[in-house]
Design a protein around this ligand. Sequence first.
Ligand code: SF4
Length: 337
Amino acid sequence: MTVDSLYEKFNLIQFGEMPEDHLRSVCEHYFPIINEIEELKKQTNTIVLAHSYVKSNIIYAVADYVGDSYELSKNARDADEKRIIFAAVRFMGETAKILSPDKEVLIPGTDPACSLADSITAEDVRKLKKENPGYAFLCYINTNADVKAECDACVTSSNVYNIVEKYPSDKIYFVPDKLMGQNVIDEMEKRGVKKDIKVWNGTCYVHEEYDASLVDALREKYKDLSVLVHPECGPSVLEKADFVGSTSQLYNFVKHQKDGHFLMLTECGLISRIEAELPGRKFVGSCSLCKYMKSNTLEGILRVLKNPTPSDYVQIDIGVQDRALKCINRMFEIAES
Ligand code: SF4
């Protein structure tokens, strides 16, 4: 990586980041930090994982792997390195730690929260279980470890419909995303699957913002528009989608379709990535930023490499870790059944 190659990448990005962040002078400013990070990674046997929603300078300058939370957790598990810096949010670092309990996982973000994961606590789930006997509790992967530990199985945005359909119970309590939960109810109806499904009241503040009227207005203007939507958006938006999928599925959809215009309703970072990696795709409309993901910076990564504090490490009670792992493994068993 050179200043020129980083600058060339940034020049391709129109969506999601301020143009002034991509000036050549900014690339030059960051280069000593980038070099120091690379040197320290080697010295400390560390890899950096970056979620698609974090800033481009992390993705293109220091990340060893880029993807969605679940893909990255598998990269963490399979890596030889024993130390992982996970540029994302806390629950994602926890998932990596659950899958790789013998590794150190550090979170560099200054505000690694998540409006969705933090909408429900383990105590909430214990209370719901008492109030709803006979229900199987399924949680979205965007939950904290102690919530996973209370649930029967986990789902990701790419397998949620199939897991709910296949789960051997007619009564499902889905947590924490009320919009994804409503989308699950609608999809089960379409599939003719009769299940009693209750949902918790959490939302992702980024995806709930998208409005169906934006889709209508842009369809009017661009006759060749493909509308691509993440399942954390609301049902009125999903209804108008040409394709619904996880961040990886959305990326792959655009990879295989070069022509036309795209409206992609998810966090801006994914659009920036596609612009930089699949040049020539034409995006329209707008997108929203996740302030939690954007709290990851190159300076933060350097700091946790040099002087990590105890709170930078993901630490999970061993009993919680084991039960959360069972919840994740149950997802695999059902997916493969
Ligand atoms: S985009 Fe939404 S679900 Fe993802 S980390 Fe941000 S608040 Fe949480």
